[in-house]
Design a protein around this ligand. Sequence first.
Ligand SMILES: *[C@@H]1O[C@H](CO)[C@@H](O)[C@H](O)[C@H]1NC(C)=O
Ligand SMILES: *[C@@H]1O[C@H](CO)[C@@H](O)[C@H](O)[C@H]1NC(C)=O
Ligand SMILES: *[C@@H]1O[C@H](CO)[C@@H](O)[C@H](O)[C@H]1NC(C)=O
Length: 186
Amino acid sequence: MPGAAIFAVFIFSLLAAGQSQEYFSRSLTQKKLGLKKEKLSHLHFYFHDIVSGRTPTAVRVAEAAVTNSSPTGFGAVVMMDDPLTVKPQLSSKQVGRAQGIYASAAMEELGFLMVLNFAFTEGKYNGSNLSVLGRNTVFSAVREMPVVGGSGVFRFARGYAEARTHWLNFTSGDAVVEYNVYVFHY
Ligand SMILES: *[C@@H]1O[C@H](CO)[C@@H](O)[C@H](O)[C@H]1NC(C)=O
Ligand SMILES: *[C@@H]1O[C@H](CO)[C@@H](O)[C@H](O)[C@H]1NC(C)=O
Ligand SMILES: *[C@@H]1O[C@H](CO)[C@@H](O)[C@H](O)[C@H]1NC(C)=O
């Protein structure tokens, strides 16, 4: 690179650095950020929580001294990387994974604290994520959990997820849960 060009790059980077330090915060129009009209989407999929067998997708990572004597397994913390599919069969098309933690947070009924990200891998949602933080009383017919945010096409997401147990093996603990997610995003 000739000297003048190097100098120009140097000056430009100084200016750029100066510019980025001009403000700590500023107001912005939605248009400037490339945001168009807010829309509402409905996603429907099945969540496979496999706790048994040789390749479980949900594993207990911590527990309390009282967990094993508690009727609700109070204090158990489970880490999951559960596949999400379009149909109830695990062999059907996978659309993403549910990655996160569920922890037994209730002493008198089975109630989980759910902290998870849906990481989508299908179509226009590929690479986008939704974050859920909620309470899941797994023996209730419908459990509603807030969608607290997202990334990619789900930036600025807010909404809720409804979970319904589709299938449960009481012996192994494996479950298939139907999810309906309603989310506002741009
Ligand atoms: C999703 O994106 C990844 C990385 O960009 C790519 O490798 C993959 O093929 C995509 N999957 C689908 C189903 O589009
Ligand atoms: C969504 O999560 C994946 C990991 O699953 C991450 O690599 C990706 O950067 C996230 N997408 C966006 C748009 O932030
Ligand atoms: C339920 O789990 C038990 C124990 O893993 C297994 O033997 C049984 O075949 C399962 N039942 C069904 C219907 O998959």
